[in-house]
Design a binder for this molecule. Structure first.
Ligand code: DX5
Ligand code: ZN
Length: 206
């Protein structure tokens, strides 16, 4: 199981959190970018992500909760390992093809209320789907179990090599449901960053 650690809840203590992620056994550093429009919260400017990239030893997994494709392109310039934006805002498959031409792995995130049929036109062009198990905007919310059946349903139509990732409320209890549903990557925020030693939590997710 690949584990991507979200440092959203450590926003005021970011430098220390990124260093702890560096020292941990997780696979990616998950950055939650919010534009104050797609969600009410506003976090992580392009410049901040640029600074984080300099400090991070882990590849960046950038999750964009933003309303427009222009903003997606601004973050693409930073060349993260994964760039995930929401299926709710995509206009054209050309956007994905362009990002791929830059050498970026592309993900589409899907909100709890959004039907998986909206992912269908893109499944053969993307690298990852990020199933939201909370309404995006804040860390520390509880896991919405409805997502489990949604993932199982989606797996019936998804290519084998597509990474199935899940985000929101992932902890030592909910991880078992994620595994059973067929996730091969998870994002975990507060469950990990509430520990002094991040590996105490990460090892329970792996
Ligand atoms: C929610 C974010 C999540 C969040 C995860 O909008 O996309 O990545 O930070 O945090 P936890 O694991 O605390 O729910
Ligand atoms: Zn996220």
């Amino acid at each position: 199981m690949k584990v991507s650690v979200s440092v959203l809840k450590e926003y005021d203590n970011l430098y220390d959190a990124v260093l702890k992620v560096n020292e941990s056994s997780c696979d990616f550093l998950h950055i939650d970018v919010m534009d104050g429009k797609f969600v009410d919260n506003k976090k992580f400017s392009v410049d901040m992500v640029k600074q984080i990239k300099k400090v991070s030893k882990k590849p960046l997994d950038v999750h964009l909760m933003v309303n427009d494709i222009k903003t997606v392109m601004e973050y693409a310039n930073l060349k993260p390992e994964y760039l995930t934006f929401h299926v709710e805002i995509i206009d054209d498959v050309k956007t994905i093809k362009y990002l791929k031409s830059l050498g970026i792995k592309v993900g589409l995130a899907i909100n709890p209320e959004t039907d998986i049929k909206y992912l269908k036109p893109y499944v053969s062009d993307i690298d990852l789907v990020l199933f939201m198990s909370v309404n995006p905007g804040y860390g520390g919310q509880s896991f919405n179990y409805d997502v489990i059946n949604k993932i199982k349903e989606f797996k019936k139509m998804s290519p084998d090599n597509l990474i199935i990732n899940i985000d929101g409320g992932v902890n030592d209890k909910t991880i078992n449901f994620c595994k059973e549903a067929g996730c091969n990557m998870v994002v975990s925020g507060s469950y990990v960053t509430n520990n002094q030693f991040y590996d105490d939590a990460i090892n329970k997710l792996k």
